[in-house]
Write a protein that binds this ligand. Structure first.
Ligand SMILES: *[C@@H]1O[C@H](CO)[C@@H](O)[C@H](O)[C@H]1NC(C)=O
Ligand SMILES: *[C@@H]1O[C@H](CO)[C@@H](O)[C@H](O)[C@H]1NC(C)=O
Ligand SMILES: *[C@@H]1O[C@H](CO)[C@@H](O)[C@H](O)[C@H]1NC(C)=O
Ligand SMILES: *[C@@H]1O[C@H](CO)[C@@H](O)[C@H](O)[C@H]1NC(C)=O
Ligand SMILES: *[C@@H]1O[C@H](CO)[C@@H](O)[C@H](O)[C@H]1NC(C)=O
Ligand SMILES: *[C@@H]1O[C@H](CO)[C@@H](O)[C@H](O)[C@H]1NC(C)=O
Ligand SMILES: *[C@@H]1O[C@H](CO)[C@@H](O)[C@H](O)[C@H]1NC(C)=O
Ligand SMILES: *[C@@H]1O[C@H](CO)[C@@H](O)[C@H](O)[C@H]1NC(C)=O
Ligand SMILES: *[C@@H]1O[C@H](CO)[C@@H](O)[C@H](O)[C@H]1NC(C)=O
Ligand SMILES: *[C@@H]1O[C@H](CO)[C@@H](O)[C@H](O)[C@H]1NC(C)=O
Ligand SMILES: *[C@@H]1O[C@H](CO)[C@@H](O)[C@H](O)[C@H]1NC(C)=O
Ligand SMILES: *[C@@H]1O[C@H](CO)[C@@H](O)[C@H](O)[C@H]1NC(C)=O
Length: 486
């Protein structure tokens, strides 16, 4: 009886996967293995490069390759089609290099046949590096330089979030843990005293101390890791638990949602991008963003994933990925996507490097038990905490200067101009220049040296560009090749 039942369940599962179509995907990934934060500048290591490349290869085999297990509908499998893919990272060496390593796995070199073009005069031109493909990497504003920053909230630039996180250092919970953990920290001073003084070796630096020791335990030879024998598995676990507790509390507090600002911005970026896939009938299909673990922890808290598993209270390992799949069981035709009533979102998470032998796990969002979640329920859930515009960001953050000066002006003077800059005379829209996932700079990957060329054009951001931003399309900075053609 039992075996018969199992067989029919398996058959149903096989059928389901045969009819379900993936329409689009959003991947938010952590960087690979890097050097310690407390010895800046932090760099992606060769190990880290391998981790993100391996993850990229897994996602290629899942979503892109011609024989992919959940191939994205209509996605090019070998030659990159730029309009289908949006890749982004903050201006941070570790995150940008991680994104590029991931993309190399996603779209590997195409070889001599595809990577070749014949000119008018008959000359055949071969792509360098055996058909290496260039994918532009856009920069996001939040999280800039985050892997060199000990305290990630600092790179959000959000005044109220900084105040809220700072309040953690006055909370009873923090002070108790601080006292209780001091003997442990005193015991590790001989291992970290080249970097932290004895008076800095305490719970306040829980993450950077653990990070230094974690990096050393992976990379340092015994001559370069004095007193390494003090780092027993038990001490390591205790330091890790303290670091997790410290960072989760800095990233999320149930009664102060503003603390989780990075997760709130990410939520909007995900909804906007997936919505663009739907409204453009699949013109844009795959979004990949690299970012710091704090944004992940914030999102875990906001989306009640901590109710799905207590693991979500813990820092995701290097190269961890959050994935949102836009899926449907309806028939899909090229150029005409099903109605949103027939579309759902499946959330998956993987802790650490993803590969054939260690694959993502599906989790229900928002503390519920339904997955995949119908599109409208997904949007309603995300809307409970997402921050949607520069004006909302300024209000929530309590910022009124800099990029927020014009949005606070326009909200009192004109509601129509709410978020489109309003100050058309100067041609510069302060409202857009700064924050919410503003992908203002276009960076181009040049060959294996991973050079980033910043294309000029940061100065002027026109309304057209803002609309593109709202739609989640790639931004063409004015003055760039695409903008000139337009
Ligand atoms: C990171 O690389 C830079 C040079 O690119 C180097 O100066 C720096 O020391 C490296 N950081 C670490 C922690 O090794
Ligand atoms: C064909 O055109 C390319 C690019 O302009 C040039 O480098 C090449 O020398 C030309 N070949 C011939 C045979 O004229
Ligand atoms: C918001 O205010 C904080 C604290 O005053 C400041 O550090 C940050 O730069 C401001 N952010 C923006 C985008 O103006
Ligand atoms: C969370 O916020 C509440 C309300 O502001 C505060 O009382 C509490 O101490 C905070 N907890 C932590 C761990 O920051
Ligand atoms: C922590 O220890 C200090 C000094 O020993 C003491 O004054 C303080 O009350 C303790 N705080 C907590 C929360 O236990
Ligand atoms: C660190 O502590 C060890 C053990 O107490 C000591 O031998 C060493 O000199 C200290 N190093 C520094 C840089 O203070
Ligand atoms: C590990 O090596 C790095 C670079 O050589 C050094 O800066 C760091 O202090 C070492 N870590 C420990 C815990 O000794
Ligand atoms: C999706 O985009 C359309 C067209 O821009 C817009 O009307 C709609 O409100 C968007 N939906 C969501 C959930 O953002
Ligand atoms: C990831 O794994 C680490 C152990 O390596 C664990 O402490 C943490 O809770 C996990 N995080 C998530 C989000 O699963
Ligand atoms: C498609 O149908 C299968 C089988 O009924 C179901 O398990 C799966 O969740 C459905 N997918 C969507 C997106 O509704
Ligand atoms: C992983 O799976 C893909 C697709 O099934 C396959 O092409 C690839 O060879 C596998 N890689 C490894 C390392 O098993
Ligand atoms: C998370 O759970 C709490 C309590 O169960 C609920 O009030 C809140 O609406 C949930 N958040 C979301 C985004 O669904």
């Amino acid at each position: 009886m039992l075996s018969k039942y199992s067989v029919s369940v398996l058959a149903a599962a096989g059928l389901a996967s045969a009819q379900e179509t993936v329409l689009g995907v959003y991947i938010f990934s952590r960087h690979g293995d890097r050097t310690a934060k407390s010895t800046p500048p932090a760099n992606l290591t060769d190990l880290g490069y391998n981790e993100v490349y391996t993850s990229g290869t897994y996602f290629r085999n899942r979503y892109i390759a011609s024989d992919a297990s959940s191939r994205i509908f209509g996605m090019n499998s070998d030659l990159v089609k730029q309009s289908q893919i949006v890749a982004s990272a903050p201006t941070d060496t570790v995150l940008q290099n991680s994104a590029m390593g991931f993309l190399q796995g996603l779209y590997p070199p195409v070889g001599e046949t595809l990577g070749r073009n014949t000119l008018r005069n008959g000359t055949s031109v071969q792509t360098p590096l055996n058909g290496y493909q260039l994918i532009p990497l856009q920069t996001v504003q939040t999280g800039t330089n985050s892997e060199n920053a000990a305290w990630l909230q600092g790179s959000t630039n959000c005044a109220n979030a900084q105040i809220s996180s700072n309040d953690y250092f006055n909370s009873a919970e923090y002070l108790e843990t601080y006292n209780a953990s001091q003997p442990l920290y005193d015991s590790v001073v001989p291992m970290v005293n080249r970097t932290f003084s004895a008076s800095q070796t305490n719970f306040q630096n829980a993450y950077t101390i653990w990070d230094l020791l974690n990096v050393a335990s992976i990379h340092n030879s015994s001559t370069n890791f004095p007193n390494a024998d003090l780092l027993t598995p038990d001490v390591f676990d205790q330091l890790f638990w303290l670091a997790n507790n410290h960072e989760f509390n800095l990233a999320y507090n149930n009664s102060e949602p503003i603390r989780a600002i990075t997760g709130a911005i990410l939520a909007n970026e995900v909804v906007t991008a997936l919505n663009t896939t739907i409204t453009s009938n699949g013109k844009s299909k795959l979004n990949i963003q690299f970012g710091a673990y704090a944004g992940m922890l914030s999102f875990f808290g906001l989306a009640n994933l901590t109710q799905a598993s207590p693991d979500f209270f813990g820092i995701p390992d290097y190269a961890s990925t959050l994935t949102w799949e836009l899926v449907t069981n309806a028939t899909v035709e090229n150029g005409k996507y099903p109605s949103t009533n027939d579309i759902s979102v499946r959330f998956l998470f993987h802790n650490g490097t993803t590969s054939n032998t260690s694959t993502p796990t599906e989790f229900p969002l928002f503390g519920g038990d339904v997955s995949p979640l119908p599109w409208n329920d997904f949007v309603n859930g995300m809307n409970k905490f997402s921050i949607k515009s520069q004006a909302d960001w300024c209000t929530a953050c309590g910022n009124s200067t800099g990029v927020c000066a014009s949005s606070s002006d326009s909200s009192s003077s004109s509601n129509a101009a709410d978020n489109d800059g309003g100050n058309g005379g100067s041609g510069i829209s302060n409202a857009v220049a700064g924050v919410i996932g503003a992908m203002v700079t276009l960076a181009v990957v040049l060959g294996a040296e991973l050079l980033i060329m910043l294309v000029a054009g940061l100065r002027v951001v026109r309304k057209k560009t803002l609309n593109a931003l709202r739609g989640g399309h790639a931004i063409s900075p004015v003055g760039s090749e695409t903008a000139q053609k337009a």
